[in-house]
Design a protein around this ligand. Structure first.
Ligand code: HEM
Length: 455
């Protein structure tokens, strides 16, 4: 039975948002998590771009399509707040991360944080990263059943230790910090949203404590000694009018930035590896560009020459945007595409399903990096058609860093290894948290040097 979210104010000319309520509080949570694509499609076909339903205990309006996404993300009349919306999912674990701040306070922190992502800083991060990538992938053991996701996750954490923290971690500490990040992120979509030992929420709270203690322990040395890493950059960042972060700010932003950088890049590189395994012609094409570059470790300028790799990265970010949905809380009555949205509602921009809308993309399920090539540019149909990094005031601050890291890693991997999956293999994505392959993406990894050594 369709129901309306709320009657629009009389004489406003606004329309009521329709939707299927489902079971109160639960609604279509389970269907949305298990089959986000099918569920979104049905809703769109039945109710159009702006619909409501219960999701994870909240009355939630889902906005599908680029026009609605733009209205929410650009947020012209400041009706949509990040803090209260994200807090519901990750607040206890990513307390006062910049993404959870709003309006003037957010802008103030963002201005300081921007100092850690300037051109010279990005070049320095890339330079630090090169040898770390070489070390990391040199240690990979070719063979069958090589789990790409697990290895990429390990690699991004190890790189984060160099580039973000600038501290040497022994294996045990690296594993402890890695484990804490995983627990903190997974806690966000727990069904049981209070601490029960052994369940996700409880593990997330414990993880937060581990991370806080870790960063506070290293902070005094970082303030004192500086360095080329993100941690040092946040300690030193200062706006023209002299504003700096407090110790607590630095710790909160480090925990958030590490989380924001770690899983997102892992998912993107894994998605690229998956499609390159299923499409060997693309794997050979991107490898040929890397070989043509003639350098094991690319510089900032070199990465611009990896044109096909860039197309593959964009397509991977379309098919599996690592942040699958962006929630907002409505802080004053407003409207989206002429629909009345009352204060207190949660609004969700579903990047994952928006990126597969047949109204926007030709044959959306198909891996087709050429759709981003200059002669096609399907994404140009609307500024918010391709939105893996979000938009508006909270648009990903690390997007350039992410591109540099992802391409540098893939470049080195392509030069050293070839990988494949059995004919007909299709991964199953776990969409109950950030999307990830249920089986870790097992591939046959072969060393390219071994090919050359074979007479
Ligand atoms: C492929 C990689 C990445 C993807 C897809 C991604 C995606 C996103 C998205 C969608 C948002 C917006 C959230 C919202 O509007 O509610 C965001 C925000 C953010 N991202 Fe990324 N991200 C990536 C990598 C990174 C990296 C490498 C860093 C850090 C070095 C980073 C740091 C941040 C921060 C600090 C924010 C919050 C910005 C703000 O609220 O002002 N991200 N990211």
């Amino acid at each position: 039975m369709p129901t309306i979210l709320a009657a629009p104010p009389e004489g406003s000319g606004l329309k009521a948002v329709r939707g299927a309520r489902g079971i109160p509080l639960i609604g279509h949570t389970v269907q949305t998590m298990r089959d986000p694509f099918g569920t979104a499609r049905k809703r769109y076909e039945r109710f159009g771009p702006v619909t409501w339903g219960w999701l994870l205990g909240l009355r939630t309006v889902t906005v599908q399509g680029p026009e609605a996404a733009e209205a929410v993300l650009v947020n012209r009349d400041k009706a949509f707040a990040n803090g209260p919306a994200w807090k519901y999912f990750i607040g206890p674990f990513f307390h006062r991360g910049i993404m959870l701040l709003d309006f003037d306070e957010h802008l103030h922190h963002r201005r300081i944080m921007q100092q850690a992502f300037t051109g010279p800083r990005l070049r320095a991060y890339l330079e630090t990263m090169g040898p770390g990538i070489t070390r990391g992938i040199e240690a990979w053991r070719p063979g069958a059943d090589f789990k790409v996701y697990d290895h990429m996750k390990q690699l991004t954490l190890d790189l984060a230790a160099d580039v973000f923290m600038g501290v040497e971690l022994d294996r045990a500490e690296a594993d402890r910090v890695n484990g804490a990040f995983i627990d903190a992120v997974r806690a966000g979509t727990a069904y049981v949203r209070f601490p029960v030992p052994g369940l996700r929420w409880h593990k997330g709270l414990r993880a937060r404590k581990v991370l806080e203690a870790f960063f506070h322990r290293h902070l005094p040395a970082k303030r004192r000694d500086g360095g080329d890493d993100l941690f040092a950059a946040l300690c030193q960042a200062e706006t023209d009018d002299g504003h700096r972060f407090t110790d607590d700010d630095v710790v909160n932003h480090m925990i958030f930035a590490l989380m924001a950088a770690h899983d997102t890049s892992t998912i993107t590189m894994t998605t690229m590896a998956y499609h390159l395994a299923r499409h060997p012609e693309w794997q050979e094409r991107v490898r040929a560009e890397s070989v043509a570059l003639g350098k094991a470790v690319p510089t900032f300028e070199d990465l611009g020459a990896l044109v096909s790799l860039d197309l593959v990265m964009r397509e991977a970010l379309r098919l599996v945007p690592p942040v699958p949905a962006l929630p907002r809380r409505v802080v004053k009555d407003t409207s989206i595409l002429g629909f009345h949205i009352p204060k207190g509602t949660t609004v969700v921009v579903p990047l994952l399903t928006n990126h597969r809308m047949p109204e926007v993309w030709a044959d959306p399920e198909r891996f087709d990096p050429g759709r981003f090539a200059d002669d096609r540019r399907e994404d140009k149909v609307h500024k918010y058609a391709w939105e893996p990094f979000g938009g508006g005031a909270h648009k990903c601050i690390g997007l350039h860093f992410a591109g540099l890291q992802i391409k540098s890693v893939l470049h080195q991997v392509l030069l050293r290894y070839r990988w494949s999956v059995p004919e007909g293999y299709e991964w199953r994505l776990d969409t109950t948290s950030l999307p990830s392959p249920r089986d870790g993406l097992p591939v046959l990894l072969e060393s390219i040097d071994a090919d050359r050594d074979t007479p």
